[in-house]
Design a protein around this ligand. Structure first.
Ligand code: AMP
Length: 222
């Protein structure tokens, strides 16, 4: 199973990817998480990426394509992986096709989570992430007085720097200008399936599993 979870920031790509990883035992490649780890560890990649991320801009394509190329060089034979946050530009989408072709594998499906932009702003500004286990939560579901306690592991919840209002607006503009065309690219090649991302987490998960099971029964996914 090699799939891309696609959609604007805050639509729930990470949450859905984690549920799929638990169900299908596949790798989760979140380019955002990889970059945030690199920034925290002050690696050369992190130092390069930080200014772009802080401003809500995309990290340059050559950096991102190298990152995914490195991952595939050691993991292309794995039975499955889910890309979350990649590709985000047309150049990245082309590069992913070329990389897959060079490893003799193919992309099975692109699941596009759909949401209204107004809801994105609210969801992102209310999003909280656990420093210990990476659990993604939201102020609207956290008990009053316990807004900084992870409901999963008791760790400390924090707000990502780029989830502050001024950066959210920029990230949405970047999505519209540079990332939304990727959706049309996959639509044109009949690889995209849309899922309503405005519903509850479990409901969305059930829909995605239904799509993947249907693909499996048509033998498009091993
Ligand atoms: P995310 O956690 O997916 O929202 O990503 C956080 C930030 O990391 C983005 O706002 C970008 O600055 C950067 N980033 C993540 N994935 C990519 C990508 N595929 N291309 C360029 N920049 C990316």
């Amino acid at each position: 199973m090699r799939i891309v979870i696609f959609g604007p920031p805050g639509v729930g790509k990470g949450t859905q990817a984690k549920l799929l990883v638990d169900k299908y035992n596949v790798d989760h490649i979140s380019t955002g998480d990889l970059l945030r780890n690199a920034v925290a560890q002050k690696t050369p990649l992190g130092l390069k990426a930080k200014t772009f991320m802080d401003a809500g801009n995309l990290v340059p394509d050559d950096v991102m394509i190298d990152l995914i190329g490195d991952y595939l060089r050691t993991n292309s034979s794995k039975s499955g992986f889910i890309f979350d946050g990649f590709p985000r530009t047309i150049a990245q989408a082309h590069a992913l096709d070329e990389l897959f072709a060079s490893f003799g594998i193919s992309l099975d499906a692109v699941i596009s989570l759909e949401i209204e932009h107004e809801s994105v702003v609210r969801r992102l500004s209310e999003r909280r992430v656990c420093k210990s286990c990476g659990h993604i939560s939201n102020l609207s579901v956290l008990e009053p007085g316990k807004e900084s306690v992870c409901p999963d592991c008791g760790g400390e919840l924090y707000q990502r720097d780029d989830d502050k209002p001024e950066t959210i607006r920029r990230r949405l503009d970047v999505y519209v200008e540079q990332t939304r065309p990727v959706k049309e690219f996959y639509e044109r090649s009949n690889r995209l399936t849309q899922v309503d991302g405005m519903r509850g987490i479990e409901e969305i998960h059930r829909d995605i599993v239904g799509i993947l099971e249907a693909l499996k029964s048509r033998k498009l996914v091993p």
